[in-house]
Design a protein around this ligand. Structure first.
Ligand SMILES: [Zn+2]
Length: 212
């Protein structure tokens, strides 16, 4: 049998669009136990394609809606387009991100001309979804950074993370948590009963005969 996968987007303005994804083929005569149902590699490929279709449509809608000035409702001109690679749990998606000119009603642009506005910067401050960053931080705190990167590559269609990316994201998430704790005025938490658990990352040290 052959399975066809189609997804349909309905934008907030009522416009509809369909995306045809790669299908799945399971010829009966050559089906083996390993070909029953959706396999991991099929799932990763399908989810990656769904993510690409959704994200590209969403970016298009964000740019279109962002062009309307929130103060005077006039349409802001497009300054230029930049290519951006956005990292998500379900793959790296390359998008054409428009930058907008400031509206003439913007007091800042009269007094102090500002640069173009990038609507996507708000949604992707680190060019990665917060969900992906949180998973990097969580797996990086439970496993070695290399093992965390390997686990993500095994089960998700995300762009294979480098172990230093896992380490850096864990550091940023930890710093963000500490910053929000200080901002809220909470005192530092007392050490839990039984002491503090410290995780040490593993490393491979090349064996050199002269350094026994
Ligand atoms: Zn305006």
């Amino acid at each position: 049998m052959d399975v066809r996968i189609t997804i349909e987007t309905t934008f907030d303005n009522g416009e509809k669009r369909t995306h045809q994804l790669d299908g799945i083929s399971r010829p009966y005569r050559v089906t083996c136990p390993d070909g029953i149902g959706l396999r991991l590699e099929d799932g990763k490929r399908v989810v990656e394609q769904i993510q690409r279709a959704i994200l590209c449509d969403q970016v298009e809608e964000i740019i279109r809606e962002s062009r309307v000035c929130p103060d005077c409702a006039s349409v802001r001109a497009i300054h230029d387009y930049r290519t951006r690679d956005l990292d998500t749990l379900f793959g790296r998606v390359r998008v054409k991100a428009a930058r907008l000119r400031r509206c003439s009603c913007d007091a800042r642009s009269a007094a102090m001309p500002g640069g173009p506005i990038s609507p996507l910067a708000y949604f992707f401050p680190d060019r990665a979804t917060p969900e992906l960053q949180r998973l990097h931080a969580e797996l990086g705190s439970r496993h070695s950074f290399r093992e965390a990167a390997r686990l993500m590559k095994s089960f998700l269609p995300c762009h294979p993370p480098h172990h230093t990316t896992v380490r850096d994201r864990l550091g940023r998430v930890a710093a963000g948590l500490e910053k929000s704790r200080r901002a809220s005025g909470d005192p530092a938490e007392a050490l839990p009963k039984g002491g503090l658990t410290v995780f040490l990352d593993g490393a491979h040290i090349r064996c050199r005969p002269e350094y026994q």
